[in-house]
Design a protein around this ligand. Sequence first.
Ligand code: ACO
Length: 312
Amino acid sequence: MTGARMLGLGVYRPARLVTNDEIAARVDTSNEWIRSRTGIVTRRIADDEETTAVMGAVAAEKALASAGLTADSIDLVIAASCTSPSQIPGVGPQIAHRVGALRAGAFDLNGGCAGFSYAISTAADMVRGGGVRHVLVVATERLSDYTDWDDRSTCILLADGAGATVVGASDTDEIGPAVWGHDGSRHEAIQVPGGGDNLFRMSGQSVFRWAISLVPAVREVCERAGVAPEQLAGIVPHQANLRIVEALATGIGATNAAVARDVVDSGNTSAASIPLGLARLLDAGEIRRGDPVLLFGFGAGLTYCGQVVRCP
Ligand code: ACO
């Protein structure tokens, strides 16, 4: 087998829903402002028990079940997360242990909000190289740990959740070439500065403009995959802001694609937002197994990464 494909999908959404009105009771904003500028109506916030390891492991178990695999078939676990509670240790080994992937290697990958796309590309190339057969890719985030609940420009956006897939060997290649890039000169536009300030800071408007300017990169994802935008069954951009999601989908002319709008209910869950958005489209029956779907992550770094995949 020389190809790679996504074999299953699992997600975890924290139980607690926080409405715009709850946020507006704390900071100077309103339901109307948040809905019109971001599309967000509710977001999910984890409780103390719903750690990145716990949420990631539940999503991973569901992904394994949907792939029809057991944990002992996993060779490697890649955890895409930028909100692990500590620099050391990473969350990947904890997830591997929790799901019982006891002979697997495990490591973390911090690609910011593009982490899931970077991770499945890494996993697919490792599978194609022949060194591993099944890689469990888990994106898990608790942005609420880094949220300044008094900063109205960011606390309206950020949320928690997890999503996972298994990337496995396949006769057909169903994970298209990755298109990626960065503007590291603007790394301060999204940051947790440290040095006493451990909260998420963002130059929202400049990140917004940068994100919209990525339309040519999203179009290139299609070109590299040999799929015309109008042939896409679905498009799942990072769920940062509904206006960005729609601008990217419209900008490439994905006229027949179901557009993931999970941000409306789930808020911005960084690397977890793409598998959560993909699962939402699948659960709603808007896309089906085998359909071509474009994934595109962007965010902290600033970095981006995207690919066309066949729906698991
Ligand atoms: N309620 C009311 N007013 C607000 C709020 C709020 N929650 N937030 C900001 N404002 C005000 C500002 O103070 C400003 O007021 P002023 O004109 O008097 O100075 C005005 O609204 C306009 O502010 P902007 O920042 O220009 O508002 P904008 O329309 O750009 O929306 C937002 C802000 C939602 C943050 C938007 O810029 C955005 O979504 N940016 C991109 C975020 C993103 O894509 N991040 C991706 C990576 S990070 C991650 O995903 C984890």
